[in-house]
Design a protein. Sequence first.
Length: 317
Amino acid sequence: MRLLDAAEVTTGTGNWNRGESVDDREAGLSIYLADCDPDVLADVIGDDGSIVCPYRTHAFPIVATLRRNTRTQKADDETWLKTALAEHNEMALGMGLLVRQGLSDVWVGSPEALEVTDPGLADIDAFIQAISEARKAFFQRSANRPIMHVHPDIAPKLRVAGVITINPQDGQDYSAWGDMVVISEGYYDLPGMTGAPRVFFTGPIKITISEINEEKVMLAIRANREEIQVTQEALIETSPRAIVRLGAAPSVIVATGATAGTPGAFTPTNAKAVGGLTELTGITASPATAWTTGQYVQLLDGTQAHWDGTQWVTGPA
């Protein structure tokens, strides 16, 4: 199912988009057996040190832009763009769980989240056992039912293995343990970052999202070009302590080198592009000799650069 189907979704009103400090009751919860022998086995959830602590939520913008020539514009461009943004909410919100938004503590890489080792896919039975261990760890940190979140690339394997099944009554995905399963298009690996967790668990999720706002920005009056922009704000709330992920959270892959091409590429594989010419200092060029005519790397600020055999220079070779 989609993240928007699994979450409690409301339309934001008032000052919700400022975020807030939420007292995490999960962190203060302790459940134990009062007459257990040996006593070390008594703790069910938490322990004597459990105490309520706050976490921060923070709204983040989702922006859609359409650049057009005013002489070829269509009467429904604004409506079309709003529809496009609404249809991609699922992807944007899924990505909002994978990476930190503003000051929010609600994301899979939160320091409060728990990581369980991902053994890889070479042994599918070992991988399924790791999922079970992560689910078990969830119940040691939360009194809620878990939501199982699955990377789209791994979903077919888990279906074949029987870990994920479709309920014929509602057509939604559930795990072999009966938990809701979210397979969001927002959970694919992100450009310039290490891979997203193949599986992670959360407690109940609340999503607040605003109405779509619209604005127009003229880009070039003489060329009759303009930009239409529509925006929404969204806020995701779920207990960071209840997040249990299989493997590490996504992190930026820092570029250390650049290979010539048309365009070239930054290395290692999937490394985030460098922001501008000055940030190329320290980046190793390949080849180290002057790049040939037309070769360059694309930078994040929209410019291009090449290696002249001695230094980085603006534009293609």
